[in-house]
Design a protein around this ligand. Structure first.
Ligand SMILES: Nc1ncnc2c1ncn2[C@@H]1O[C@H](COP(=O)(O)OP(=O)(O)OP(=O)(O)O)[C@@H](O)[C@H]1O
Ligand SMILES: [Mg+2]
Length: 339
């Protein structure tokens, strides 16, 4: 990840020790909560209650454009090229409703990461509007944006982005420290999150003592521990073997089944199969939008686990294992929704 992005990641800055945050006072905790509620009050958009879903969509993008550079060197990364006659770009429009699980696909350079950086409030659009969980993020300053990132979004990256030489438990506590949660509560929630991703017996292990799949599961625990409105993942299984990919996807499936909205970028058809909706980008525009399962039901792998596993094209044994991992209705992930 680029250092500038890492710096803007709020709760995920490396080198910040958990002990620092243990000194966070109750007053700070209260004032941060007040700051966040201030964002909600001042930035929520009128008319949200008229949404066809009753609640505002988690993501609402209108006429979005992103251009890098200027003049002859300008690159239109999102929103499409301007019409040669009118000079107007179509812009990108996108709605993602609560509880959906969306895969974003497209060839290299099609704008996937650019979109993710904007959706994650790590970058700002050149033009257009972005409402995250009903909040117009265009009106927020840098400090408010970092609060929104911390409270509303759980990030998972291809390269895990764990803090070196830091035990899993401290990694997962970190975003809670930034949110001002006190030490005992942090520990309790981090342990629960690690248990949910199957790492209760690895909480004191450092990244170099964990497999790739286990490292990514720590990253998923870190992303979900703040109970964010949305899990945002850029190629979360890109560095994993097929076994670890299945483990991580089984966890993401269960998170989504418990109500968490998921947006994941992937090149792999096998990953996209897990999504309820698949969006394909070409040259910064949505060219295909395919629904694979209703937004308000379970994701495909949990709708009919036997048939999902049976259609696994490469490895029926892995498919069978997934079935065992995901069968049953009690998932222990609690309910999703807004933080
Ligand atoms: N910081 C930047 N400055 C200039 N151009 C950029 C920058 N970041 C991305 N681009 C350009 O914007 C376009 C979209 O890039 P983006 O990284 O979003 O693609 P992607 O779909 O994520 O590709 P990949 O699958 O290779 O990760 C590309 O043409 C890229 O060269
Ligand atoms: Mg990319």
């Amino acid at each position: 990840m680029r250092p500038a992005l890492r710096q803007r990641l709020g709760g995920l800055r490396p080198g910040v020790r958990t002990r620092d945050a243990e000194e966070t006072s109750g007053a700070q905790e209260r004032s941060r909560a007040e700051e966040t509620s201030g964002i909600e009050e001042t930035s929520r958009v009128e008319g949200d209650d008229d949404s066809p879903w009753g609640r505002p969509p988690v993501i609402e993008v209108r006429s979005l454009l992103k251009t890098y550079g200027h003049g002859d060197a300008a690159v239109r990364a999102l929103g499409g090229e301007p019409d040669p006659v009118t000079g107007v770009s179509p812009g990108m429009n996108l709605l993602v409703e609560q509880g959906d699980m969306v895969a974003v696909m497209g060839s290299s350079g099609s704008g996937k990461s650019t979109l993710m950086n904007i959706l994650g409030c790590l970058d700002i659009p050149t033009e257009g509007r972005y409402l995250l969980d009903g909040i117009d993020v265009g009106g927020l300053d840098e400090h408010q944006l970092s609060l929104v990132r911390n409270r509303k979004i759980g990030f998972v990256f291809q390269s895990f982005n764990l803090v070196p030489r830091t035990p899993a438990l401290a990694q997962v506590e970190l975003p809670l420290a930034y949110a001002g949660v006190r030490s005992a509560e942090r520990r309790r929630r981090a342990l629960a999150a690690l248990a949910l991703v199957g790492l209760a017996d690895r909480v004191h292990h450092r990244p170099n003592e964990l497999s790739g799949g286990q490292q990514q599961r720590v990253a998923v625990a870190r992303a979900l521990v703040t109970a964010p409105a949305m899990l945002l993942a850029d190629e979360p299984t890109g560095n994993l073997d097929s076994h670890s990919t299945e483990e991580v996807l089984a966890i993401v499936d269960r998170l989504n089944a418990s109500g968490r909205t998921v947006v994941l970028i992937t090149h792999e058809d096998e990953v996209a199969r897990h999504a309820k909706r698949v969006i394909t980008l070409v040259d910064g525009q949505v060219v295909e939008d395919r629904r694979q399962a209703p937004a308000d039901g379970p994701p495909p792998a949990l709708r009919d686990p036997a048939s999902f596993a049976a259609h696994h094209p490469q490895d029926p044994i892995t498919g069978g294992r997934r079935q065992a991992l995901t069968s049953g209705t009690s998932n222990g992930f609690g309910s999703g929704g807004t933080a």
